[in-house]
Design a protein around this ligand. Structure first.
Ligand SMILES: Cc1cc2nc3c(=O)[nH]c(=O)nc-3n(C[C@H](O)[C@H](O)[C@H](O)COP(=O)(O)O)c2cc1C
Length: 183
């Protein structure tokens, strides 16, 4: 069994990226599970807070989910042509020495995906992530990237997937990433 954790980089209740992460879970092929994580409760990174109190509980909880996963899918929004600060902030906390000796991400397989109401489906945000993934020493699955554009038509208000063409991409995407994890 391959365990994938899909992390949504949006806190929004009706987030398209959380909906996408859930859709991966719903379309996982046999032999693969996709769990969904969000970033709720993670404070802004503050070195003084870290020195006084250590790693916040919400960060430690997400770190445990990541450590238990064979691979990660980052379901990332795009803000101003880059990754959202909320998502980068969480990764910054998770990269600290108080979390798995600063090696939580080293060698961990990772795939990028994202959804946007615009026409380019987070392409620039996904490109922006690449330098961070390299800094973290992650194993990036470069063959597979999924960009969901016009997300307002792809998902309904409850986050249910309406678009058959997008739905048809999800199973092969998760299967491809699973094969990459196994290599
Ligand atoms: C500050 C801000 C900047 C944004 N910049 C972009 C952008 O550069 N490209 C884009 O496609 N969408 C942009 N958007 C729109 C987001 O894609 C949209 O809000 C999307 O719904 C966010 O993801 P979510 O649904 O998972 O919360 C921006 C939104 C915000 C709030």
């Amino acid at each position: 069994m391959t365990k994938i954790l899909a992390i949504s980089g949006s806190l929004r209740r009706a987030s398209f990226n959380t909906a996408l992460a859930r859709a991966f879970a719903a379309h996982a092929p046999a032999g693969t599970t996709v769990e969904v994580a969000t970033l709720h409760g993670i404070p802004l990174y503050d070195g003084d807070l870290e020195a006084a109190e250590g790693i916040p509980p919400a960060v430690a909880a997400l770190a445990a989910q990541i450590a238990a996963a064979d691979g990660l899918i980052l379901s990332t929004p795009e803000y101003n042509n880059g990754m959202p600060g909320v998502f980068k902030n969480a990764i910054d906390w998770l990269s600290r020495g108080g979390v798995a000796g600063g090696k939580l991400f080293a060698g961990k397989p990772v795939a990028l995906a994202g959804a946007s109401p615009g026409g380019f489906g987070t392409i620039l945000s996904q490109a922006h992530w690449l330098q961070v993934l390299r800094a973290l020493g992650m194993r990036h699955w470069s063959e597979g990237r999924l960009m969901v554009s016009r997300a307002g038509k792809v998902f309904d208000g409850e986050g249910a997937l309406l678009d058959g063409e997008v739905a048809a991409q999800l199973g092969p995407y998760v299967a491809g990433f699973t094969a990459f994890i196994g290599k």
